[in-house]
Design a protein. Structure first.
Length: 286
């Protein structure tokens, strides 16, 4: 069953494309018609592509990997941040910093700096430094928080990237492709959909369209994450059961026992010959 209906897509204005003179020929298979100089997107294909994208991202989340949300245009910032937080996923809604993926270790150093500043603000260090130093740290903290706050909990490279407006986020897409990270994106009539692994033909300028598709994406991630957590829970229960079984087996199993020969001395009788010593095998537990 599709997560989004045709009626919902229609009401959100997901079918409105760009002016006909600004179209990209590779988008032709997804265009239904043109009206008043504007291309209209075939919403049935939008629905099918969205379902495929949601299924793909759900599988990524079910494997325990994160999906990075990227949307820096004004219409997308608020909704992308909200949906990413709802799905407990990393996000970028401010300017994309070059190397966020390809130079990930350096980005992680920036996140560690951000966290160290926050620690200084709470552990009393601020009270021991000058006012000028505090202002400098506060400015650096605010700048780092704005640029890296959305990915501070992204400890590893994401399993996939969801993008709004591939024309605007071309650097992010180039980095993902270089690292062979799958890209899911909304594609309008003015871009090449072949640049994307799972394109979703839809209006990427309207707030309602972005919100509708962003909600479907976040719900699929939530479903996949729930599957992953249930698998981890089952694995933990199985491991605990096996550990208890091993402990119980060790308690009831007999210990190693060895045999060794013990020679018992025999007293010599008076006036008689020395008798031959007798030997007895005795089990001794060590």
């Amino acid at each position: 069953m599709s997560r989004v209906t045709l009626q919902q897509l229609l009401l959100a204005g997901a079918h409105f494309g760009h002016l006909t003179r600004r179209w990209h020929p590779k988008m032709k298979p997804y265009i239904l018609m043109q009206k008043n100089g504007i291309h209209l997107i075939d919403l049935r294909q939008t629905q099918d592509c969205l379902t495929q994208a949601c299924d793909g991202l759900s599988k990524v989340a079910a494997n325990g990997q994160q999906i990075l949300f990227v949307g820096t245009k004004n219409q997308a910032r608020e909704v992308i941040q909200a949906e990413a937080k709802r799905a407990d996923s990393p996000y970028v809604t401010e300017r994309w910093l070059g190397g966020m993926l390809t130079n990930f270790q350096t980005i992680r150093q920036g996140v560690k700096t951000l966290e160290s500043f926050e620690k200084m603000m709470t552990d009393g260090t601020f009270e021991k430094i000058s006012k000028k130093e505090r202002l400098t740290i506060e400015r650096r903290h605010a700048k780092l928080l704005q640029s890296l706050g959305g990915i501070r909990h992204m400890r590893h490279l994401p399993g996939a990237v969801f993008v709004v407006d591939i024309k605007r986020e071309k650097i992010a897409i180039a980095e993902a492709k270089r690292l062979k990270i799958p890209v899911v994106a909304m594609v309008d009539t003015n871009v090449n959909p072949e640049e994307i692994d799972l394109p979703i033909p839809a209006n990427d300028d309207a707030f309602k369209s972005i919100a509708l598709i962003g909600r479907a994406i976040s719900e699929s991630i939530i479903e996949g994450t729930a599957i992953y957590k249930s698998k981890v829970h089952v694995q933990e229960d199985t491991a605990q059961t096996e550990a208890r079984d091993r402990e119980a087996g060790e308690e009831t199993a007999p210990g190693d026992r060895r045999r060794r020969r013990v020679r018992r001395p025999v007293k010599r009788e008076e006036g008689g010959e020395k008798p031959q010593e007798s030997q007895a095998d005795t089990q001794v537990s060590e």
